[in-house]
Design a protein around this ligand. Sequence first.
Ligand SMILES: C[S@@+](CC[C@H](N)C(=O)[O-])C[C@H]1O[C@@H](n2cnc3c(N)ncnc32)[C@H](O)[C@@H]1O
Length: 262
Amino acid sequence: MTNSWLSASGGDLSAGYARHAGTLRGALRHALVARALRTHLPAGAQQVLDVGGGDGHQAVQLARIGHHVTLLDPDPAMLKQAMDRLAAEPEQVRSRVRLVEGTGEQAKDLVGGGYDLVLCHGVLMYVDTPATFVRDLVSAVRPGGMLSLLVKNRDALAMRPALEERWADTLAVLDTNSETGNLGVTSRAHTVAEVEAMLAAAGAFTTVWYGLRMFTDHFGDRPVGEDFNLILDAEWQAGRREPYRRIGRLLHFLAWTGRHDS
Ligand SMILES: C[S@@+](CC[C@H](N)C(=O)[O-])C[C@H]1O[C@@H](n2cnc3c(N)ncnc32)[C@H](O)[C@@H]1O
């Protein structure tokens, strides 16, 4: 499969992604990732590279609390949304975010390396050569720095169609590592073992991983409701525990280059 995001027929996926980000599922994904980052980030302002940072949701959150973020993304429509989001922020926040057009494969040439933290959320599923991509991500992290990687969970691909009672789709994904997601784009999923092996081969070692959306992935486009914080807590607590985290729709890995005592 070639990069399925960049070659998506119909072009602009940014509007669909923005709609998804406003649903309960989208909001939970962002909030759970942010909570894990807050839990593990060291004190003090960090230099952050967000590869495939898209519309800038995570970059702006981090800039608001004092971090400096370089957002690298090849999709002009996603970058335009990041620009619009930034425009609504105070100057202090705006000055801490830099937007760069380009792919993760071009990161070394376009934005260099030595970052305290590299983010790559919801991108690995679209790229041509995931293991090489992970190696490029890790090489942008300074020794002792952290990589935050969010991927689709291969072992749970059948959960969504099954809970939605789409039985033919359930059978179709049981033995594959790819599917067509809610944006209509083909995407790849990985097992925990596959991700840990790619990270270790690149020189990063996973200290923690979380499952996301064990309980809520079959809710379709349900909007955020008054019970959001309760749902968030239930997902957060289950996402750290066996066996629940293994059926999360998404897997969030935090990996360190070199020695790390968490
Ligand atoms: C599902 S969006 C995720 C955006 C953001 N990371 C988030 O979590 O909200 C996927 C993003 O990956 C970007 N992307 C696709 N191929 C890429 C590549 N080779 N290098 C960097 N980004 C890529 C797309 O342009 C898009 O913005």
